[in-house]
Each structure stands twice: as C-alpha cells, then as structure tokens.
Design a protein around this ligand. Structure first.
Ligand code: NAP
Length: 246
C-alpha cells in the first residue's frame, strides 16, 4: 500500500527502515511531529500498513507506507524508484531495521547491551575497524567473510580470532555497519552520515528488558537524523552524545 502524500509543502523526506514497530515506529512518529514527510517502510505489507494506520488514528499525519525488505535488492530498487517518482529526492535515511541474530532465551540480560559492553576482544580487529582513514569497503568485506567462516567453524575459531564472545553476529554486524557508515561519510562529504546508538531500549528485540522507553530511544536517533546540513559527519552518537566507535 502506498499513501497519497506528494509533498506539496516541500518538507524534508525521510525513509525509516523497520518502521512498523519498536524504535523505528517511534522515529517515524517523532520525525513526522517535526514536520518531516516520512516513508515508513516494513518488510511485511500488513504490519507496515497497520502501523501507518495506527499513527493516523493517533493524529499523526505525513507518514506513508512503502514495502522494504532490506536484504532484497529488488525491494530496495522498487523503493528507490518510488522515491524518485513521487518526491524526486531523499533527505533523511534512518537505517534502523535489524534482527538480534539469535533465538530469545529466558534470560533477562538477553539482547543488545549498552555500548560499553560491545568491545571486541581483539585489539587488532578493533583498531582496523576503527581506522576510518584507511579502512576500505573491500577490506571490510574481507573481514566479514572471515567472520562468517569463523562463525561457521564454531566457538573456538571465534575465540582464536578475538571476535566478541556473546551475540557475535549482532555485534560484528553493527560494527561493520558503523565502519561502512564512516567509509560513506569519507566518500560523500556533501552528505551527513552518522551512527546513533539509541540506548538500551524496551522493545521486542530486548524482550522489553531495556532501560529506556521506545520514545526515549527514538529521540536519541531523531536528534542525529535532524542534525543541520553543516553538522558533523562520520560520527558515532551514543544516547545523543558523541562517542568513540568501538
Ligand atoms: N532495543 C535496543 O536496546 C537497541 C539497542 C541498540 C541498538 N538497537 C538497534 O535499534 C534498531 C531497532 O531495534 P528495536 O529494538 O526497535 O527492534 P525491534 O522492535 O525488533 O524492531 C526491528 C525492526 O526491524 C525490522 N526488520 C528486521 N529485519 C528486517 C529486514 N530484513 N528488512 C526490513 N525490516 C526488517 C523488523 O520488522 P518485522 O516486524 O517484520 O520483524 C522491525 O520492524 C535496530 O537496528 C537495533 O539493532 C536497539
């Protein structure tokens, strides 16, 4: 389902991935409240359309739905074509969609942890991922291939290389997205490309074990999404404040 908003007032256009629930849904609500036209995307048409309808019932206007499965190139291409045709541009992308990468267990500590607990055990890996000036896309791909091989080989291989010992896929994926964002920031100085850690938030991903509400977590993301055009780029924000990457 696609909405009928065509941006008559010339507002900024935002896309939020994984916008049907959790932090993403709240990011959509807060961006819309700031006067941004929001394309709420979700991989599931029904969940996405329901989320937009729920916002509308709550009086939130300026949010439309478009399907997006972030791992599907054809779905990405359809969204890009839609944005081009409908708006002719995109001002803000909140790359929010993610999965925890493991099956939930009956453990209250399950889920993403505050950033200080996500350090890699290998100093070498940490330094390489942190070396924003020299890290290339090709090297990042190589590191991820190595991680996948180690992951398939099992815990001893992960430990030998110094990958994180808990929630390894989640943490490595996040570190890789952060590193890739910095590569993008370097390649496109005309854009602002930043990373935002929302805090430890009560959502499905954390089985509601977080310290912050989705509204509070989302506001840490929205602050970064609304940074002015001359603002920082290639920066990591943890709960709204500039922080180191790993
Ligand atoms: N919650 C925290 O404490 C915390 C801490 C640090 C970082 N984060 C990050 O914040 C972001 C939002 O997390 P959350 O806690 O709000 O999680 P959540 O409630 O589980 O929501 C995740 C969203 O991502 C969507 N999604 C997952 N895989 C997708 C795919 N392949 N294509 C499109 N959409 C996909 C989900 O869609 P479905 O409904 O279809 O599954 C859902 O809308 C994530 O990037 C997460 O890593 C969260």
């Amino acid at each position: 389902m696609e909405g009928t908003i065509s941006n008559p007032l010339g507002t900024r256009i935002a896309v939020v991935t994984g916008g049907n629930k959790g932090i993403g849904l709240e990011v959509c609500r807060q961006l819309a409240a700031s006067g941004v036209t929001v394309v709420l995307t979700a991989r599931d048409e029904t969940r996405g359309a329901d989320a937009v309808e729920k916002l509308r019932e709550q009086g939130v206007v300026g949010v439309i739905f478009h399907q997006l499965e972030v791992t599907d190139a054809s779905s990405i291409a359809r969204l890009a074509e839609f944005l081009k045709t409908r708006f002719g541009r995109l001002d803000i992308l909140v790359n929010n969609a993610a999965v925890g990468g493991i099956e939930p267990v009956d453990d209250p500590s399950f889920g993403p942890k505050p950033v200080g607990e996500q350090y890699f055990r290998s100093e070498e890996l940490k330094q390489e991922l942190n070396d924003a000036g020299n890290l290339t896309e090709e090297r990042l791909d190589e590191l991820l291939d190595t991680f996948l091989k180690d992951f398939e080989a099992g815990a001893p291989a992960l430990e030998a290389r110094g990958w994180p010992d808990e929630f390894a896929s989640y943490k490595v994926a996040k570190a890789a997205v952060n590193a890739y964002s910095r590569i993008m920031a370097r390649r496109h100085p005309e854009l602002r490309v930043n990373c935002a850690h929302p805090g430890y938030v009560r959502t499905d991903m954390t089985r509601n074990s977080g310290l912050l509400t989705p509204e509070e977590g989302a506001s840490n993301v929205v602050k970064v999404a609304l940074l002015p055009s001359g603002g920082p780029t290639g920066v990591f924000f943890a709960m709204g404040k500039e922080a180191s990457f790993l």
